[in-house]
Design a protein. Sequence first.
Length: 112
Amino acid sequence: MQEGTIRSDIELRAPVAIAVGAGFKREIASLTAMQNFLKEWPPASRGEGHTTALRACEAARAGEIDLDKARQAFLAFAKKAGIHWTGADPVAVLREARIRRDPARSADRTTR
């Protein structure tokens, strides 16, 4: 693709599944969907990963980078934000994370 050519929406080869709400999955399947999701992300929760992913999407749309690189940046953002869909029960994941953060609770649980 020629540099500087603006690309219309492009479907991802493999959608990125993210967790939304209490155990609901949303699949992000296109460049536009990635960009819209990032633009709607709460400004107070944005960080370096968000900025990197948004810039990667813009570069992919302009044909400056491969779409898969933008997908990887979005996936990295989703993982860092804790919204990457793993298929695990979100309640169990949160419970286990809380136990790992509180060693006393973990020790108490193993003695029961």
